[in-house]
Design a protein around this ligand. Sequence first.
Ligand code: DQA
Length: 137
Amino acid sequence: MKLIIINGPNLNLLGIREKEIYGNKSFESCFENLSFKFPDCKLEFFQSNIEGEIINKLHEVGFSYDGIILNAAAYTHTSLAIADAVKAISSPVIEVHISNIFSREKIRHTSLIAPYCKGSISGFGLKSYELAIKSFL
Ligand code: DQA
């Protein structure tokens, strides 16, 4: 099974940024752990702070991969362009959030992407990514 995790803006700062919300682990160490836990899964990772790069990556992988795990970060709440890209591709997408977006500020309660995703996982810390992989398997 070929899966990719796509992380959006500021998620390159995991482990440094707002540790009380996002924890103290880097995504690189989380990814290493996931690759170890799911050896039968061909797992890739891409991060960008740039909306267009996320869209380009969705187009690149979105017709051939078995699944996409997307944490679009703040673009979740604002980007109609990323939502359109998710709608346009054929690979199933699971939306993931580290924090529980529904227990935070009102602006984070809305996801423009969610209607086009297979499902959404929010609030389980970095474990949210693991749950998304498990749901694909
Ligand atoms: C986030 C939640 C978003 O609201 C926020 O902008 C992020 C991270 C999460 O994983 O909890 O950057 O997607």
